[in-house]
Design a protein around this ligand. Structure first.
Ligand code: HGY
Ligand code: MN
Ligand code: MN
Length: 439
């Protein structure tokens, strides 16, 4: 994979900066070593002995990691604040206060037993961009806002609050930390009474950019440096309770059981079969399951499990769910059980990225001599919320082996530096785009 040498990155960005702002000093630009060191330092917060991290939202590790990142923001001379939803925002004024800010960032919370790069690459790179601009004494026209969204992994909580879609019901949903989301927001310095102050309306931002690891294998397998995201899938989550009848495992004949776990097994197979039965890139997952009372000699009376369906089309998600509901009706009748789905209020709608922003990202990568591929995102991201109020773009860098949400998640320092350089170049392009979204 062609690795653009830091010096080449520096020279190319300098040419840009110099063209618009003045002579610059080479080695201070996108600093690959600094990015890697900061990723590794952040990885210490919630570190797992087997590798990777469990820095789940609202945990002590999350709180400590957020404090570390806020300090890095201050080092980059950003004005740091935490909004009522717990989003951390580092702001830097532009030369034209009449312009709406360019916002860029990602999340720092992880899934349980996750990796060190999902979220942090976008956050550390965003801070790096701010730091480079300060070091180069470059002031953009637009104000800049670096953002660390709260609880991305628990349902895009911080970004949904920012667009005014965090419902009271969502605040009651449980988070991986064990706290209800509302309690978690308070634990990280948010204020539930101030959530309406968090909301940004259409037009409040010139653009939003997010750098993120691909979390898939396309870039690595095609040898491409940068992914330019076309659209982000919609995601729906359900909890499912399957109720049968607990009974003695020794004295209950096989044909007289109402076995909730047998029904669950058939449900899992049905989901897989239905999701695979249609052409397209949809995915469906049963990720959680527990059987009660959970004893060798008791026929399970209750199973608590889950369902997640993702696709670029919201209509297709609903159609597939309807088919699954039909299938479970038959399973319930044949096993003497009942199924109850509960749609969680933490779903995300599909979002297409902004063409003009995508063209700035493509031009940025081209300026830096990096190869690009336009592609959908199978993972959900805060960018899909921001796309509902601002022209939005996403930049992907390769994930080794396409692995993510795992201790084996890895992205090389070179790829992280490439991503940060494209992020910086793209935001400079947007800043100078006189006919752009923010003028
Ligand atoms: O689940 C996702 O797609 C994202 O990593 N939150
Ligand atoms: Mn994730
Ligand atoms: Mn992520």
């Amino acid at each position: 994979m062609p690795v653009v040498q830091p010096l080449a990155i520096a020279l190319l960005i300098i040419a840009n900066l110099a063209g618009s702002i003045g002579a610059q000093d080479v080695e201070k630009l996108v600093n690959r070593e600094r990015i890697e060191a900061r990723i590794m330092q952040l990885a210490e917060f919630g570190k797992n002995p087997q590798g990777g991290v469990s820095r789940v939202a609202f945990s002590e590790a999350d709180i400590a990691g957020r404090a570390y990142l806020a300090d890095l923001m201050r080092e980059a001379q950003l004005e740091v604040s935490t909004d009522a939803a717990g989003n951390i925002i580092g702001r830097r004024e532009g030369s034209d206060p009449s312009l709406a800010p360019i916002m860029f960032g990602s999340h720092a919370d992880s899934v349980p037993e996750g990796g060190n790069y999902d979220g942090p690459v976008g956050v550390i790179a965003a801070i790096e961009c701010a730091q480079v601009l300060v070091e180069q004494e470059v002031q953009t026209r637009h104000p800049l806002e670096v953002i660390i969204f709260s609880d991305e992994e628990g349902g895009l909580v911080g970004s949904r609050a920012l667009i005014g879609h965090l419902s009271p019901g969502a605040l009651k949903e449980n988070s991986h930390s064990g706290l209800a989301i509302g309690e978690g927001i308070k634990a990280i310095g948010g204020d539930l009474d101030g959530l309406d102050q968090v909301v940004r309306k259409q037009g409040a931002l010139t653009a939003f950019l997010e750098l993120h690891i691909e979390q898939g294998a396309v870039l690595e397998e095609t040898g491409v440096d940068i992914g330019v995201v076309e659209g982000i899938v919609g995601i729906k989550w359900w909890d499912l309770r399957i109720t049968g009848k607990p009974n003695h495992a020794g004295t209950t004949p096989m044909d007289r059981r109402q076995n909730a776990l047998l029904a669950a097994a058939r449900y899992v197979l049905a989901v897989d079969q239905i999701i695979r039965s249609e052409p397209g890139t949809q995915v469906g997952t049963v990720g959680k399951i527990s059987a009660e009372p959970g004893a060798h000699n008791v026929i399970p009376g209750v199973v608590m499990t889950s369902l997640e369906i993702r696709d670029l089309s919201a209509e297709k998600i609903d159609r597939l769910f309807t088919r699954i509901q039909q299938a479970v009706k038959d399973i319930a009748a044949e096993t003497g059980t009942t199924f109850h789905f509960d749609l969680l209020d933490v779903t995300a709608v599909p979002a297409m990225m902004n063409d003009r922003i995508r063209s700035h990202i493509l031009a940025a990568a081209d300026t830096l001599g990096l190869s690009t591929k336009s592609m959908p995102s199978g993972a959900g991201h805060d960018a899909q919320d921001l796309a509902r109020i601002a022209p939005t773009g996403m930049i992907f860098v390769p994930s080794r082996g396409g692995i993510s949400h795992s201790p084996d998640e890895f992205t090389s320092a070179e790829d992280m530096a490439n991503g940060a350089a494209v992020l910086l170049q793209a935001l400079l392009n947007i800043d100078r785009d006189a006919n752009g979204p923010g003028k």
